[in-house]
Design a protein around this ligand. Sequence first.
Ligand code: TRP
Length: 348
Amino acid sequence: MKKEIILTGERPTGSLHIGHYAGALARRVEMQNSGNYETFVIIADAQGLTDNADNPEKVHDNVLQVACDNLAVGIDPAKSTMFIQSQIPELTELTFYYSNLVTVARLSRNPTVKSEIADKKEKFGASVPVGFFMYPVSQAADITAFDATVVPVGEDQMPVIEQTQEIVHKFNSVYGETLVMPKGIVNENENARRLPGTDGNSKMGKSLGNVINLGDSADDIAAKIKTMFTDPLHLRVEDPGHTANNPVFAYLSVFAQPEHFAAFLPEYKNYAELSAHYERGGLGDVKVKKFLNDVLQETLRPIRERREQLARDPGAVMEILRVGTIRARERAAATTDRVKKAMRLIYF
Ligand code: TRP
């Protein structure tokens, strides 16, 4: 049987954090290790520039950071192909051809584009760059170039995958069966796919200043947990607590494993018992936060250690990207060839 092909990745606009880990990276590594997929990991620097045109250094420098994050959590260059988007000119080429198959009206209605433009009102005002507006077209190029069948994304990115599906459908119906139809998948664990920020904001984001990064030191993690938002109505230990909209519990529900309970908080077997006690009253925030600290330290320590080791030899990480990019480019070039043949763009 032919293996499914995964394409997944991120814009290198900041180091990755536990929200990325819970929502995407942990699963990416699991899928890689299952042996059922051929995995491509894109570091989407060209897409990163669509809303950072004035900050090329930031995008450039974060390519290495995002590569280290992926390798530290377990992306294995012997099993997966990690590559840099901008170094594959065929992706830009495909973007231009596909842009003829999408209307301005359709992109304007794309919910992801709409909400991101609204989020960036301060930055863009009325002057939305064309490149940003059409990044879903570039993403369709990324996905189809590798004949990807499965695209794991955050749920906010689903409309971008639907846009890709429309482009594939349109291309194949106009030029003949050429492109592979992908499907988008989101993490089935709802808590994992939308981890809140440490301040209780429903979104964790670098620009919001409410993240725990994969590379954070043990002291940083401890300090961030100490000042973390919890239930503001839980004033005394005996008061009933609320676990909804409480990031301490959101994180525990995702990261606390039975082994953590056994090692650090043996009075409880699992998350259900702990949260029930908090809701009932009689369980203090200090104790819960101490447990969360133990859990996150245990989870992040090996990732941080691998990350530090990788960061000591940036040349070796760049070499992994160079080799991955060569391998990825071969695939993208083969698809582009197919596309150009279908579009009657071969002359010599
Ligand atoms: N849009 C993704 C992000 O915001 C990055 C990305 C670019 C991507 N091309 C992709 C993700 C193709 C999956 C497939 O991080």
